[in-house]
Design a protein around this ligand. Structure first.
Ligand code: UD1
Ligand code: UDP
Length: 383
């Protein structure tokens, strides 16, 4: 079996770390890096630290609007897929790189396997929500992190085969967190003590692109009652600079700004933080796994199980709510969520299983019984 895997963003390099080496034992993988993230601190460091195989192709297509990026990637990926002629295309998550990989493949009638399928924030203002929905509905194999995401796909009548495999980021976190917990160097570098600081990340366009919202984010950070380490995402760095808000953060004694960190240093800081403040998807999950309470700087999340378990509170950019959330006691229990660290193996098994017979059930013409048997539109849905 030959698989073209399309990656391009920081969290996808982490996800590929759980799958690529295992996949190489059973199949030929051609790793294509769109270049959506290109700084060494946003890209190369993850390949180096996590042993992700070097990409066979680097397309260097970063920067620009979502539409421009996706269009450039589609144009570049079509000839790559025509040359490589893979048996399937594998994509992770919800970024422009994942949508471009999935759509280019579907248009070339190559089956698509989507890892982290079925996640929903139900907020179509997020570019990621549009990407996820589109990828899920063009994929043949929908590999889910949780039962809830599989239920979303069923509710939407997605036509691909749905399998709950667990979360591939959990595989990587479970391997790295125990080691990172003993690594004091990143705490020393940031000048913080175990349990005596919060770790912060923020990069969602909904929080940083609008100067008014960005001002609220900065006000929230300035109001924090303990030291805060903030590795600054390049989108956020650019917006803070443009809005004239960077100097106030630099001047604040309790805030330590750093460039984006490698996975090992970031995980070391995460595992010893008093709490995590973030608008990242992946980091909410990693905080839960590390037993670190999370305060999410959004009013929705795809990782609802972490909220239901009491370890994650959604505060949007409300400073009072954030301070209240930080003062909460830790929940007593932390049930296992999102799998057992073996998701990468299940992804490979699912790909091999699909290749050995049933891709045809969900690609090409409508031969799938499930699709034929779908009920027609309800009365209220007809014009
Ligand atoms: C993208 C994803 C988001 C994901 C995030 C992970 C989409 C729609 N968004 O958002 O889902 O959570 O990656 O971090 O795909 N830049 C650099 N150097 C880099 C990368 C980016 O300077 O290495 C700057 C560029 O000016 C770029 C901007 O940051 O235009 C935003 O990058 P982009 O990849 O478009 O979006 P993210 O905010 O990173
Ligand atoms: N991460 C990192 N260094 C940082 C910030 C995040 O290694 O300075 C890792 C983090 O541990 C997680 C991933 O990057 O594995 C999350 O990426 P991001 O928050 O950019 O994207 P999202 O998950 O929101 O799509």
């Amino acid at each position: 079996m030959k698989v073209v895997t399309v990656v391009g963003n920081r969290p996808q390099f982490v996800k590929a770390a759980a799958v690529s080496r295992r996949l190489a034992e059973h199949a030929e993988e051609v790793l294509v890096h769109t270049g959506q993230h290109y700084d060494a601190a946003m890209s190369a460091v993850f390949f180096d630290e996590l042993g992700v195989p070097r990409p066979a192709l680097e397309l260097q297509l970063g920067t620009g609007s979502n539409t421009e990026q996706t269009a450039r990637m589609l144009s570049a990926l079509a000839p790559v897929l025509a040359d490589e002629r893979p048996d399937c295309v594998l994509v992770y998550g919800d970024t422009n790189s994942a949508l471009a990989g999935g759509l280019a493949a579907a248009q070339a009638q190559i089956p698509v396997a989507h890892v982290e399928a079925g996640m929903r924030s139900f907020d179509r203002a997020m570019p990621e929500e549009l990407n996820r929905v589109l990828i899920d509905h063009l994929s043949s194999l929908l590999l889910c992190s949780s039962a809830a995401s599989a239920a979303h796909l069923r509710a939407e009548r997605a036509v691909g085969r749905v399998e709950v495999v667990g979360d591939v980021m959990v595989d990587v976190a479970l391997l790295v967190q125990p080691r990172a917990r003993r690594d004091d160097a990143p705490l020393r570098d940031a000048g913080v003590q175990p349990g005596g600081y919060v770790l912060v990340t923020a990069h969602r366009p909904g929080n940083v692109d609008d100067p008014g919202r960005l001002g609220r984010l900065v006000a929230l950070l300035l109001a924090l009652p303990l030291p805060a380490v903030l590795p600054v995402h390049p989108r956020t760095a650019a917006r803070l600079e443009a809005a004239g808000l960077l100097d106030g953060l630099v001047a604040a004694e309790h805030i330590r700004l750093t460039p984006p960190l490698g996975y090992l240093a970031f995980t070391a800081l995460l595992t010893r933080a008093r709490a995590m403040l973030t608008d990242s998807g992946g980091v909410q999950k990693e905080a839960y796994l590390a037993g670190v309470p999370c305060v999410t700087l959004r009013d929705t999340t795809e990782w609802t199980e972490t909220v239901e378990a009491g370890w994650n509170v959604l505060v949007d950019l409300d400073t009072d709510a954030a301070l209240r959330a930080l003062a909460r006691p830790r929940p007593a229990v932390r049930p296992p969520l999102y799998g057992d660290g073996q998701a990468g193996e299940r992804v490979v098994d699912a790909l091999l299983g699909a290749h050995s017979g049933s891709w045809s059930a969900v690609t090409g013409r409508c031969t799938d019984e499930r699709r034929r048997r779908l009920p027609g539109p309800r009365q209220s849905e007809t014009l």
